[in-house]
Ligand binder design. Structure first.
Ligand code: DGL
Length: 276
């Protein structure tokens, strides 16, 4: 075992999960696979997303991780069950945890969900939340056009706020008190969401799917709350697309100066061996 945790996303979105992970877990290294060369996933066919997820879980297993988090809602929707079935090591998705979090937080039982086209069309969030509490109303809006600007690090406030507001307006008079950022790219611009709700004088709880999923990972790996920091911690990034573009977004969002980092190019054609 390499004493590490694997994270997988189509691109930079998983960094929002990594951010939460490094805040709480100090005694593990991390291995991050970003399929940046083949993203966005949210517009792809379900079988394709499933296969990419299976490849990613095989890749991370080869790196010797103790557990992998599918740090991508879209990949969780289409690839979690198949991955859990295929591989013999702990693999977590993020949707059931985000759903649980939202159900615990809402007071008026109205939850808004935003995600990729594929996540919203799948209705997995709606069904999971309803199974937890059938009295809850869920309204979902696809915000696929937020993904690429975030991926490419175009995070400028005014621009983001305009893009986000356009989608929030689509909720019309649906009076939600809780919103799930059901695409891991979106928490990267959480402060733009906060600003909008503040301007509108609305008290909306923002659910980041990372929180409970990392808590669950800690339970599975028996990581205590006050876990002792490891010396010389590492994060190894493996990317199927442009490394500099990834770093451009990463550097605006996360300070990883406490870690030894490596950035490695992966050819996505080489990943296909894991599902052959
Ligand atoms: N970050 C991803 C998610 O959580 C997907 C974005 C995309 O590749 O379309 O759904």
């Amino acid at each position: 075992m390499s004493n590490s945790i694997g994270l997988f996303d189509s691109g930079t979105g998983g960094l929002s999960v990594l951010k939460n992970a490094i805040k709480k877990i100090h005694n593990k290294n991390f291995v991050y696979l970003g399929d940046t060369g083949r993203m966005p996933y949210g517009v792809k066919k379900p079988e394709e997303i499933r296969d990419y997820t299976l490849e990613a879980m095989g890749f991370l297993q080869d790196k010797g991780v103790d557990l992998s988090v599918i740090a991508c809602n879209t990949a969780t929707v289409h690839g979690l069950d198949a991955s859990v079935e295929k591989y013999d090591y702990p693999i977590l998705g993020i949707i059931s945890w985000a759903s649980l979090d939202s159900v615990e937080v809402t007071h008026n039982r109205k939850i808004a969900l935003i995600g990729t086209e594929s996540t919203v069309n799948s209705k997995v969030y709606d069904n999971t939340i309803k199974s937890l509490d059938p009295r809850i109303e869920v309204k979902s809006i696809a915000c696929q056009d937020l993904v690429l600007p975030i991926e490419h690090g175009n995070l400028e406030d005014a621009y983001m706020e305009k893009l986000i507001r356009k989608h929030l307006d689509e909720f019309g008079d649906f009076d939600y008190d809780t919103i799930i950022l059901g695409c891991t790219h979106f928490p990267i611009v959480k402060k733009s969401f906060k600003k909008i709700f503040k301007k509108d004088n609305r008290n909306v709880k923002i659910i980041n799917p990372a929180y409970l999923s990392i808590k669950r990972a800690m339970e599975i790996l028996n990581i205590e709350k006050d876990n002792e920091p490891l010396d010389n911690r590492t994060i190894d990034f493996y990317l199927t697309g442009d490394i500099d573009l990834f770093k451009h977004t990463l550097n605006q969002f996360l300070n990883l100066s406490d870690f030894k980092l490596t950035f490695n190019q992966v050819n996505s054609d080489d990943l296909t061996k894991y599902i052959k």
